[in-house]
Design a protein around this ligand. Structure first.
Ligand SMILES: Nc1ncnc2c1ncn2[C@@H]1O[C@H](COP(=O)(O)OP(=O)(O)OP(=O)(O)O)[C@@H](O)[C@H]1O
Ligand SMILES: N[C@@H](CCO)C(=O)O
Length: 358
């Protein structure tokens, strides 16, 4: 059977940014896209004998990422999107190179970027012309909190929520991940699994906030991985009203404060505090409370606020200057806990892009 997927020749590039989620009080709500990228270079040769996609990979994660298209996160997501549109297989003669700058399991949205790249890849290979909103639905069937994937998709400083779904849609959106991304058998063919769970329409909704362009993001990246699943497993199921009000008050202020020029360090430092996730994650990230409590706008003029990036262990410092001073003092604190770090000053960037190669 022939498929409505594009036959070559065609060559295009998909570029998806890293993201930092939460920004202190906005647990599972806000995300920021940052200037590290996952870049996929895709080539489709003219129709050829059926063969699985050939994947090569360089950069972050190269020593651990699977190069089998039926095991790799990005290509599994692409296949899910294709299967949801009645296309059982990748096109023949597909080659894919991933160049990745986003470190794995550090709180910089590596999995969100891989998922968004997969949705874009499926959309291109199947010539599906999905809207950005529909692409978000697909991404949310895999990564079920919206903060990273929304920021990676649309770019900038973004707030999002998941719509309350009716009972049928709730069930559809809650199927186990293993049904969305099954373990594909080695001889994956067209006869199996052609009834994947379809995403309900309009799961995620978002808005982009303003961002003062003098604010840069300093990422202080410990040299160890912490999986998001582990960092979520230590969080409680219930919170006190006091702690929720603490976070909501700060988040309401923060979303506007980060757009003001010049930014107000006293306002932002306090507005980036959190009581919903960071206190519970400190056991997994030795040194976290010392870094966030001891590095302040008074000790480091130029600093605006400091928090855990996503699920950690990276620390995100928003600042207009003194990047070296902030990073080196954080490095010294982590070193006392036996942890080495790397650091990078990042820009806030636009969202994912697809570009045809000429
Ligand atoms: N480019 C990629 N290609 C394939 N798999 C990837 C890629 N990037 C990330 N992954 C998978 O995602 C895992 C990391 O996901 P995890 O959610 O634990 O951390 P993170 O996304 O880096 O952090 P956070 O969600 O806190 O920002 C990796 O171990 C790997 O399995
Ligand atoms: N909001 C998520 C982001 C990590 O992917 C968390 O903190 O667990």
């Amino acid at each position: 059977m022939s498929h409505p997927t594009l036959n070559g020749p065609r060559s295009f590039t998909i570029r998806v940014p890293a993201t930092s989620a939460n920004i202190g009080p906005g647990f599972d709500v806000v995300g920021l896209s940052l200037s590290l990228h996952l870049t996929l270079t895709i080539k489709l040769a003219p129709s050829a004998a059926p063969a699985p996609p050939a994947i090569t990979y360089s950069g972050e994660g190269a020593d651990e990422v699977p190069l089998d298209a039926y095991k790799n996160l990005t290509t599994r997501v692409a296949l899910y999107v294709l299967r949801c549109h009645g296309i059982a297989k990748f096109p023949s003669a597909l080659t894919l190179h991933c160049a990745n700058e986003i470190p794995f399991g550090r709180g910089l949205g590596s999995s969100g970027a891989a998922v968004v790249a997969g949705v874009l890849l499926g959309n291109e290979l199947g010539q599906l012309h999905l809207s950005r909103e529909r692409m978000l639905d697909f991404a949310l069937m895999v990564e079920r909190h919206p903060d990273n994937v929304t920021a990676a998709l649309v770019g900038g400083f973004v707030g999002s929520y998941l719509r309350e779904l009716d009972a049928a849609a709730t069930e559809a959106a809650s199927v186990p991940l293993s049904e969305v991304l099954p373990e594909y058998p080695p001889d994956a063919g067209e006869d199996w699994g052609m009834n994947p769970p379809q995403p309900p329409l309009g799961i995620g909704h978002f808005v982009r906030f303003g961002w003062a362009d003098t604010i840069k993001a300093l990422a202080i990246i410990p040299r160890f991985e912490l999986s998001t699943a582990t960092a979520r497993s230590v969080l409680p199921d219930q919170y006190s009203r006091k702690d929720l009000v603490f976070n909501m008050q700060r988040l309401a202020v923060l979303t506007t404060a980060l757009a003001q020029s010049p930014p107000d360090p006293e306002l932002i430092y306090e507005a980036m505090k959190d009581r919903v996730h960071q206190p519970y994650r400190k056991a997994l990230i030795p040194g976290l409370p010392e870094v966030t409590n001891n590095i302040t706008p008074s000790t480091h003029p130029g600093l605006l606020g400091i928090c855990l990036s996503g699920a950690g262990p990276t620390i995100l410092a928003l600042a207009t200057g003194d990047f070296d001073g902030i990073a080196e003092d954080a490095r010294a604190i982590f070193k006392n806990h036996g942890i080495e770090v790397d650091w990078k000053v990042l820009e806030v960037v636009g969202g994912c892009e697809v570009q045809e190669d000429s």
